[in-house]
Design a protein around this ligand. Sequence first.
Ligand code: VIB
Length: 211
Amino acid sequence: MTDHFSDTLRAASEPNWTRAVEHRFVSELYTGSVNDRVMAFYLIQDHRFLDSFLTLLGAAIATCDTFDARLRFGQFAGMVSGEENTYFLRAFDHLGVTDKDRAETPDTAPTTGFQSIMREAAETRSYAAILAVLNVAEGLYYDWAMRAPKPLPESFVHAEWITLHDSPAFAQFVAFLRAELDRVGPTTPDIARDFFLRAVSLELEFFDAVY
Ligand SMILES: Cc1ncc(C[n+]2csc(CCO)c2C)c(N)n1
């Protein structure tokens, strides 16, 4: 155990963190064997996650206390709104997911839960709460993506969902988020811990809900 605040929260979130990182969905993604219907359902749900995620990033831009952090969040928001959003659209096209399918598929409980916690964190206007949720959303995805065995699966739908979350730029952003949480989290540890632990549970439930 180190005395980094982010490590303490991550240790406190076990066993859920590891259960999410080693989830059936993740191992099937590594081998490119996620069933197309499961992948389509996951991506429909996750595209809704991305919408609230941008609200949360906007709150990070509004509440962070340095110009450097504001620039990083701003650049990241641009990437998510561009490259990451078009991945979803190309994947929907490839999997034959129509606008109608997307509109008619109801939110799962964890999708609603994530939208709520991201809005809740955004509305606290507490940079520590916002960082806690961002650290889970980014750090947990980086943790499984960086472990993906090579070669990556053939289908771009599977392979790009891995590479989007383990690029060098993404790794740097995750390291930045951890350093920020280590710096700011200890000022309001209970709030940071509460948001962090709830977000990890939701990540696990989000994966569970696609099966
Ligand atoms: C349930 C769920 N949790 C986390 C992520 C990860 N994530 C969401 S937005 C974003 C930023 C750019 O990649 C990242 C990493 C996800 N997609 N879905």
